[in-house]
Design a binder for this molecule. Structure first.
Ligand code: MN
Length: 199
C-alpha cells in the first residue's frame, strides 16, 4: 500500500479527559482509516500508486487530493498530540519569539485562528522552506500547506468530528485543551527538518 495507516503513538484513552476514548476510536479507527483506504483505492490504477504521501498531496487535485491530504493531515494531527506535553524546546521558542513577538503571542494567535476557522478545516503553523518565514494558516476541508510549498510544523483538526462527542458546539474548549496537549518535541523535529532544507 502506498499510503500507510500508522499506529497511534499513545493509547485511545491516553488523552482523556481532553479527548475521550470514544472520540479517539471514531476519529482514528474510522475517519482516518476511511481516508487512507479511500485514497489507496483511488490511486491504485494511477501514476500516484508508487509515490509517497507528501508527493501525492503536493501534486494531486480532486478526490485523490481530498483523501490523500486528509490521510496526511490526520497522521500529522495525531503526532502533534501527547498526554504530558514537554516544554517548547528553546531553539523553537526563540524562533517563535523572533517571528511572532513572543512564544505566548504565537500561542494566543494560533488559538484564536483555530477558534475562528469557519466550518470544517485545519489550523496550521507552517514554514516556508526557502525564506524560513513562519505563518499561521487556516485551511478548509482537506486544505494543506504542502499545496502552497510550505512545510507544516503543527496542526489542529477543527472538523466537528474531532470534538463533537466531547464538546458539542464548544469548539473553544476543545482548542484550549489542544493547546495544553501539544507534543512540542514533534513540532521541533518538523522545525529542524525545515530549517535544514535548501541549506
Ligand atoms: Mn479529523
Amino acid at each position: 500500500m502506498a499510503i500507510p495507516f500508522p499506529k497511534l503513538k499513545y493509547s485511545l484513552s491516553a488523552l482523556e479527559p481532553f479527548i475521550s476514548e470514544r472520540t479517539m476510536d471514531f476519529h482514528y479507527n474510522r475517519h482516518f482509516l476511511t481516508y487512507v483506504n479511500t485514497a489507496n483505492a483511488l490511486i491504485s490504477q494511477t501514476s500516484y500508486h508508487d509515490k509517497n504521501l507528501r508527493g501525492i498531496v503536493s501534486t494531486s487535485v480532486g478526490p485523490i487530493y481530498n483523501n490523500a491530504a486528509q490521510a496526511f493531515n490526520h497522521e500529522f494531527y495525531f503526532n502533534c498530540l501527547i498526554a504530558e506535553p514537554p516544554l517548547i524546546p528553546s531553539r523553537l521558542s526563540e524562533e517563535l519569539a523572533r517571528q511572532f513577538g513572543s512564544a505566548d503571542a504565537f500561542l494566543k494567535s494560533f488559538q484564536e485562528s483555530a477558534i475562528g476557522n469557519f466550518g470544517a478545516g485545519w489550523t496550521w503553523l507552517a514554514m516556508d522552506p526557502v525564506t524560513k518565514k513562519m505563518e499561521i494558516k487556516n485551511t478548509t476541508n482537506a486544505g494543506n500547506p504542502l499545496s502552497d510549498g510550505l512545510s507544516p510544523l503543527l496542526c489542529i483538526d477543527v472538523w466537528e468530528h474531532a470534538y463533537y462527542l466531547d464538546y458539542q458546539n464548544r469548539r473553544k474548549d476543545y482548542v484550549i485543551g489542544f493547546m495544553n496537549h501539544i507534543d512540542w518535541n514533534f513540532v521541533a523535529r518538523q522545525f529542524d527538518e525545515c530549517m535544514s532544507l535548501f541549506r
